[in-house]
Design a protein around this ligand. Structure first.
Ligand code: ARG
Length: 353
């Protein structure tokens, strides 16, 4: 499947090639960068072994077949993407609410004019999902933005972080550019595909089987403020926080604006603590609300809004990916879905049907 060039003097026989070809990423156990690069060098002794009569033809075919082989081997460098939602834990631990290196390899920093502006989540090698409000007033200025992947500490991104330009940002067509408005979601097309590694991996989207009942323990991550008006101090280590899902009716009541004016729409999800103290804040927008289902991390929501930060009875509000999955799938090809299907009848996610 990787190398489909005609066997000839320049291309080793099929057996040799399959034997040396990089493993298919879908079956490979190792997620070393090398398996993504998958470089293959054909053995050099094939030419001298060729009978004299064949050698002339072989030489005539050499240039074109070298081209064919090169093209095929080029295709081998873009194998199936790694499985979504499965971090390759590196053995490094930091205290408090700091995340560990590569703990959330799909979390990216969206930078505006070189400084952190919003977070986002990697869906494929070419697409990031974030909040639409991150592009307010600058949707048609993609050159102002860049995406930093694999960073962990923004103040110290390290040599394996990747910075990629934005080709364009695509806000949900229904979004009205008002704070707290529904459909606060945008898809960001990267200028070129990123290289997957243990620090850069895609997250899964929830499939139709996924339901998130109240109190489900999910997580958020981000480089946003640690209190209102207090930015994350250097070296700006990615923060993580466990946030239980809040019942939608409870949340609707908390954010009720009176006279039938509910602020919480069908495409919003609330998570966090009614007592306050723990929440997302400024700069966390666009980042993921993540829930682990059957061993894979799913993107349940995008950090969208809240009244203040960590205030009592004012939990964080998230744009629901269950609600917007069909739109995301129409725009982004190759996004990976996961759900309870692999765990039918077992665990809290199995619906038994
Ligand atoms: N809107 C803010 C941002 O642009 C963060 C929203 C989350 N707020 C909250 N209290 N949960 O970064």
């Amino acid at each position: 499947m990787f190398v489909k060039c005609t066997p000839c003097c320049l291309c080793p026989p099929t057996e040799a090639r399959t034997g040396n070809a990089p493993p298919d990423a879908s079956t490979a156990g190792s997620l070393e960068t090398a398996s993504y690069l998958g470089t293959y060098t054909p053995p050099a002794m094939m030419v001298s072994r060729s009978p004299a009569a064949l050698r002339v033809g072989c030489l005539q075919l050499s240039v074109s077949l070298l081209l064919v082989c090169t093209v095929s081997l080029g295709a081998a460098r873009t194998p199936a993407p790694p499985a979504c939602g499965k971090p390759q834990q590196l053995n490094r631990i930091v205290g408090g609410q700091d995340s560990t290196d590569a703990e959330w390899p799909w979390v990216v920093s969206i930078q505006k004019n070189g400084t952190h502006h919003c977070a986002g989540s990697l869906l494929t090698s070419r697409w990031v999902v974030t909040a639409a409000h991150c592009f307010k007033g600058s949707l048609n200025k993609p050159s102002q933005f860049s995406v930093l992947l694999g960073a962990w500490q923004l103040g110290n991104p390290g040599p394996r972080a990747q910075k990629v330009g934005i080709a364009w940002a695509h806000a949900h067509p229904v979004y009205s550019w008002k704070e707290g408005a529904p459909a606060d979601i945008a898809l960001v097309r990267l200028e070129h595909p990123v290289q997957f590694s243990e620090r850069v991996l895609p997250i899964c989207l929830p499939d139709a089987s996924v339901h998130l009942p109240a109190d489900t323990a999910c997580w958020i991550a981000g480089w946003g403020s640690i209190h209102e008006g207090v930015p994350l101090p250097q070296p700006q280590t990615l923060q993580k926080l466990k946030v239980p899902i809040i019942d939608s009716e409870v949340c609707s009541r908390l954010y009720w604006r009176g006279a039938g004016q509910g602020a919480i729409t069908e495409d919003m999800l609330c998570a966090g603590y009614l007592e306050g103290e723990r929440d997302a804040c400024l700069g966390d927008s666009g980042g993921p609300l993540m829930c682990q289902v059957d061993g894979s991390w799913l993107l349940a929501g995008v950090i969208s809004w809240g009244e203040g930060c960590a205030e009592r009875n004012r939990p964080g509000v998230y744009t629901s990916l269950t609600a917007h999955r069909p739109w995301v799938q129409r725009v982004v090809h190759g996004v990976q879905l996961r759900g309870a299907s692999g765990a039918r009848g077992r665990g809290p996610w199995g619906l038994g049907s």
